[in-house]
Design a binder for this molecule. Structure first.
Ligand SMILES: Cc1cc2nc3c(=O)[nH]c(=O)nc-3n(C[C@H](O)[C@H](O)[C@H](O)COP(=O)(O)OP(=O)(O)OC[C@H]3O[C@@H](n4cnc5c(N)ncnc54)[C@H](O)[C@@H]3O)c2cc1C
Length: 472
């Protein structure tokens, strides 16, 4: 590799002086991930156009420089940051934000890869539209495609994959693949855009996309429903889907161990249960509709349905029903992760199993912990409506009988084995693959899948300059 200062000078001549960062204090924010991942960058390049990204990639390809594409750096598997070598270039998409064109009749938006989700939604609101992937962070559209973000309304709208119509990608050698398909119907060959969805930026740099967008709901209604068991949580889910599928938009579930810390660490949030301990699970139910209130009283529909469920056989497992403002209930949901961090060491999991097996999986995990790790608490919460759970484990490092460095890999292997081998589940429901969970990709992915993925990687990026995640 040539000297870093010479490379930086070449790139400044190519992209402009302000597109290249080399000072240590400027690099810091690109070098560490939100939860995992800490490395050292050779430099950070911030091109503002697809053409400049193409030139940059051709340059890196010729130089044999390894590149880490980075969006808003909110990824949760350590795949957004450079490795420790100091030889990786971070390609930040933060200045690729010029294109944001909305076609309200086609119900599509054409966006640059660096556009933030919040910017897209702000531009869509005047048209009565939104991009329906909703989460507690503000990622870029390119990053969302690269990780196939799920979010809290997947139940109704699907993940990014389901809302992506076209893509523009720069390949490792600088080739621009323009597949910005504006058509809802277009069955003409391979659906190549899917190659880049959820593959952690290892096959190309996503510079643009055509997204399907949806009408903005005019009203929503929410309830918190206390459930005595996971079986009741699933019975309620099935009932709501059967009776209210058209307007049923979210079903998030919070265990007592995850909910109690939210109120002890955020005294401004109102605890509907008062001073008592919450029940085993609390389901956050959301209904939304584009119909105005005078055409449909959604809160009334929700109240009536929950009342009817309470009177049925499975209603015995319901301990409480609270109807309330969506913003209050979602604030509770979005404070869980940070509240758990105030409780001790947190080991986060992002697991999915078939929805019908969520309760059995969670019970099995809790039993495993009680038997072999009684000092560890399962503080699980997540997207039960999609078969997803953040089975986060919390313990006090100062009193634990096992050192954290030893305990973490042991717990990961035990819990992931249970999910993948015992319940046909996934070790990464929505966060993708990166250094944090690479060894589990290696352990659980069938040989034939890895060979095929490897062949695609070898074709698109033979020198392996893009990313560090290995999908082969
Ligand atoms: C508080 C919080 C809540 C979250 N909730 C959810 C949730 O509910 N559901 C969910 O699915 N995720 C969730 N996430 C995870 C995260 O927000 C997503 O993974 C996110 O969409 C990543 O986008 P980003 O722009 O931050 O990408 P980054 O973090 O910068 O990068 C993520 C990966 O994508 C690659 N990448 C980034 N941009 C590009 C590009 N233009 N071209 C090619 N590759 C690229 C990177 O190399 C890296 O591998 C949450 C994260 C946080 C911090």
């Amino acid at each position: 590799m040539r000297d870093a200062a010479v490379i930086a000078a070449d790139l400044r001549a190519m992209l402009g002086a302000d597109a290249v960062l080399t000072e240590a204090e400027d690099l810091v924010k690109y070098e560490s991930g939100w939860r995992y991942g800490k490395g050292k960058a050779l430099l950070v390049a911030r091109p503002g156009t697809t053409t400049d990204i193409s030139k940059l990639m051709a340059f890196c390809h010729a130089e044999g420089l390894r590149v880490r594409p980075q969006g808003a750096n909110t990824g949760l598997v350590g795949a957004s940051n450079p490795d420790a070598s100091g030889e990786m270039l971070v390609l930040s998409l933060e200045r690729l934000t010029r294109r944001l064109e909305i076609d309200p009749i086609n119900r599509t938006a054409v966006v640059d890869g660096g556009v933030l989700l919040s910017s897209l939604n702000a531009a869509l609101i005047p048209h009565g539209l939104m991009f329906p992937i909703d989460l507690g962070a503000d990622p870029t559209i390119g990053g969302m495609i690269a990780t196939n973000t799920g979010g809290t309304r997947l139940l109704k709208y699907g993940d990014v994959r389901h809302n992506l119509q076209g893509i523009e990608v720069v390949l490792a050698d600088g080739t621009v693949v323009e597949a910005l398909n504006h058509l809802r119907k277009n069955n003409t060959g391979l659906d190549l855009k899917q190659l880049f969805v959820g593959t952690s930026g290892t096959l190309g740099v996503i510079t643009g996309a055509v997204l399907q967008v949806v009408p903005l709901p005019r009203q929503s209604a929410t309830a918190l429903v206390g459930c005595a068991s996971g079986a009741t949580v699933l019975a309620l889910l099935q009932n709501l889907e059967r009776e209210l599928a058209d307007v049923f938009t979210a079903y998030e579930v919070i265990s007592a161990n995850a909910l109690a810390p939210v109120f002890s660490h955020n005294t401004d949030l109102r605890n509907p249960y008062g001073v008592g301990r919450p029940p085993a699970y609390t389901a956050l139910v959301e209904l939304s509709s584009t119909l105005p209130l005078d055409a449909l009283n959604l809160a009334g529909v929700l109240e009536e349905r929950l009342g009817a469920f309470l009177e049925g056989e499975a209603g015995e497992g319901i301990t409480d029903v609270f109807l309330g403002k969506p913003e209050d209930f979602w604030a509770i949901r979005h404070h869980i992760s940070e509240s758990l961090r105030s409780e001790g060491k947190v080991l986060a999991f992002d697991i999915s199993v078939p929805r019908s097996r969520m309760a059995a999986f969670t019970d099995a995990a809790v039993a495993l912990l009680a038997k072999d790790y009684s000092f560890v608490r399962a503080c699980d919460f997540g997207h039960w409506g999609d078969g997803g759970t953040h089975l986060n484990l919390v313990w006090d490092e100062t009193t634990a009988p096992v050192a954290t460095a030893e305990l973490v890999p042991e717990l990961q292997s035990r819990i992931y084995d249970l999910a993948v081998k015992g319940f046909d589940g996934s070790y990464s429901a929505e966060h993708g693959v990166g250094p944090h969970n690479q060894r589990f990709y290696d352990a659980y992915t069938p040989e034939a899948v890895r060979r095929l993925s490897g062949a695609i990687k070898a074709h698109l990026d033979p020198d392996r300059i893009l990313g560090t995640t290995r999908l082969d």
